[in-house]
Design a protein around this ligand. Sequence first.
Ligand code: ASP
Length: 415
Amino acid sequence: MHRLLQTPLHWQILAALVLGALSGLLLGETVLPVTFMGDLFLRALRMVIVPLIVTSIICGVSGLGASGNMGRLGAKTLAFYTISSLLAIVTGLLLANLVQPGVDADLGLQQQPENLAHSIERFGTSPWQALLRLVMDMVPTNPIAAMANGDMLQVIVFALLLGVFISRTPDALRQPLEAFFQGSFAVMMGITHFVLAFAPLGIFALVARTVATTGLEVFAGLGFYALTVFLGLVVHSCVTLPAILFFFGRTSPVRHAQAMSPALLTAFSTSSSSATLPLTLDSLENRAGISNRVTSFVAPLGATVNMDGTALYECVAAIFIAQAYGLELSFAQQLLVVVTALLASIGAAGIPMAGLVMISVILTAVGLPLEGVGLILAVDRVLDMCRTTVNVWSDSCGAAIIANFEGETHHTARA
Ligand code: ASP
């Protein structure tokens, strides 16, 4: 038993993933009683997220010192997020036009979508309304309420402000505050490690449940669509991002992927960038050796706004729906799909199925029937697992690239 616990975490998680899939497949729904372990693990991860992010950001940002540094880091981070998401969307756009998964797809167009009224009400009907809403939603009217509700973007904005203004207070006041938050961050990392020790059990249960409750028949009629999304995700994560990482990040993609493996496997099993965040932070700092200064800024923000996998998926899904309804999208409409897919991926929360709900923003902007979302529901869970993995991979690549631009050398840097 003791030997088993000494196996590196990523092997434990991988074994749990395979065993979970096998149990779900062989035992079917009889495996469901153990799935409480999965929910327990997710609850424990959610428990650490807010205090971990707040203390991590405050330590990272107050350590940046003068706010000039902060602006430079922020600009680089946002540039990476935008460029990588746009590259993902263009990959999806090209593939969807090439494969044409929706043309002649046999979907029996009568399925009903989930209730989408809430997201439409929240994000409005035009891309500009969606953008305005996004900016508006970033400013918390009550930071404590934002933390209590787990409204991550608002929590991040407030923590950034705290970090910046702590660094600007006179030494006598700043030092005890910094010591307090550094101590708190160390304690939160300790709790996170404790929770992560249970990752294999939680992941076993989550994967077993997904496999036991999703049959292969969901792929009927949606096979080409699912394949197109999958292919796009593979191209983006195995070609585009590694190339950027290699040339601009001076980092070995293979070593970086190895370092990030606990986070990537957890993203795949939980379908949630936010729930994976504790592992992303831990893998970046302790396995890839990237400084807390860069990690604490790039990873939490990335988990909330940088979602390459989701952006690509949004684009393919919107075009698939148009094709399934026999509608030809003009060049201007496809451009609108690109812009709104970017906004939808920024606006999507890092939780399971958030991307599916956000498709309504694109459909409304382009004038496609909202019922289209109902068409792709069946395969969403599987695609969610894959796109979430790409979302987390992109955040981690961003951290390595920005660390390189900041003149840091980390463990996964190439020779
Ligand atoms: N589940 C994804 C994530 O957490 C978001 C999405 O649904 O696309 O990153």
